[in-house]
Design a binder for this molecule. Structure first.
Ligand code: ADP
Length: 187
């Protein structure tokens, strides 16, 4: 978990590689569908471009379908899900039904000023439609209002690995591996 620009996608890839599990990014799934103009893509494009969250039922169905793929059997890493309390309960129930559970919830903390700088930089490099100043502000607000509170939930379950996300990609990755190893050793 982390605000837009915190480095979720980058670190998710490194983490998934380390554990040999698929990294599942809801944002990537949505962007793929938008690019290919699928019915899902058409449905979510405006919402995402405005910096809002896609409705829970739509997002949850996508995640359920993806987690049912055989490559997720040994484990998986979710990037950008859950983002609302409804999604948290959905995931808890989904995993419980399958006798699975979360091992850890990694949260990346980055100073808001650094976040905006990173996102504007990414806008130049990647041209994502939602990386413009107005939408960035909206996404930050939505994250703070709807997603940041979920950290309390995971903290109370003893799952939270709280990470300082400032520094180079390599530094954050090594910090994350170290903290995660400690977390798993203590469980
Ligand atoms: P970032 O977190 O950097 O904004 P993501 O790629 O994770 O980027 O998400 C991009 C957009 O996709 C979000 O702003 C939101 O509109 C949509 N989205 C992704 N995951 C979810 C989710 N779990 N629930 C609702 N909307 C989502």
């Amino acid at each position: 978990m982390g605000a837009p620009g915190a480095g979720k996608g980058t670190q998710a890839t490194a983490l998934a590689e380390r554990y040999g599990v698929p990294a599942i990014s809801t944002g990537d799934i949505f962007r793929f569908n938008i690019k290919n103009q699928t019915p899902l893509g058409v449905k979510v494009k405006e919402i995402i471009d405005a910096g809002q969250y896609v409705p829970d039922d739509v997002t949850e169905e996508i995640v359920a379908d993806r987690l049912a793929e055989p490559d997720c059997e040994p484990g998986f890493l979710l990037d950008g899900f859950p983002r609302t309390m409804h999604q948290v309960y959905f995931l808890d129930r989904y995993l419980a039904d399958r006798g699975q559970q979360l091992d850890a919830v990694v949260s990346l903390h980055v100073d808001p000023e650094v976040l905006v700088e990173r996102l504007l930089n990414r806008a130049e490099l990647e041209g994502r439609a939602d990386d413009n100043p107005d939408t960035i502000r909206r996404r930050m607000e939505v994250y703070a209002g709807q997603t940041a509170p979920l950290l309390f939930h995971y903290e109370s379950k003893g799952l939270l690995v709280d990470l300082e996300g400032t520094g180079t990609v390599d530094e954050v990755r090594e910090r994350m591996f170290e903290q995660l190893d400690q977390h798993i050793a203590q469980r």
